[in-house]
Design a protein. Structure first.
Length: 94
């Protein structure tokens, strides 16, 4: 679900965040992400990052609601579609 960022080992890159659409709007996503963020903070990470496609407005709003902010907008994977790179300070998750 996450991996150390090779450029900064105190930053965790979160991957593969998803929830069955039928289970959305029940608070499960925030609860699940909260567990991950607290565990990252507990194990010594300072920052969490995650990226999503710029057109994924629901995910961007979800991440903003979880305390993430936009760090950069760029084409990470060379697909021609912009990605929104978001980050959060994990001191807030402890």
């Amino acid at each position: 679900m996450w991996r150390p960022n090779p450029d900064n080992l105190r930053t965790a890159d979160i991957r593969n965040v998803s929830l069955n659409p039928e289970l959305r709007s029940l608070g499960l996503g925030h609860a699940m992400l909260g567990v991950v963020l607290r565990e990252l903070a507990r194990t010594g990470y300072d920052t969490a990052t995650i990226d999503t496609k710029i057109y994924n407005e629901n995910m961007i709003k979800f991440l903003e609601g979880a305390g993430f902010s936009v760090a950069a907008i760029l084409d990470l994977y060379g697909s021609g579609t912009l990605d929104v790179c978001m980050q959060r300070d994990l001191a807030l998750a402890a």
